[in-house]
Design a binder for this molecule. Sequence first.
Ligand SMILES: [Cu+2]
Length: 122
Amino acid sequence: MTSTTTTFARIALFTLSALFAAGSQAEATMSHDMSQMPAMNMSQQQQQSYPLNGRIVAVDAANQQVTLEHDAVTELSWPAMTMPFKVADATLLEGLQPGQTIMAMFTTNEGEAPTIVSLHTM
Ligand SMILES: [Cu+2]
């Protein structure tokens, strides 16, 4: 083996080692990122909200509640109906009157009443 060939082999080996090291590092970074993703998805599911179109039937500020005659909610297979909703914040009810048409976003957490998190009149 000539000295030139030996040097070339050493450089090639060094390059391969460097590539392998870089590859391992990239893999480690990626798996770190992926380990974060399930936690993010879980919090997104807890915050899942659905759009709601409807008409105000009654406003019950004392109980932080509004009764709506709402359109079907296809995401939840809900038919159109009249039902009460909790509101996340009492200020969402300010200025609302029966008969007004509204658009809202609401959440449904297991074991809790559907809760409106945002609402505006049309
Ligand atoms: Cu309903």
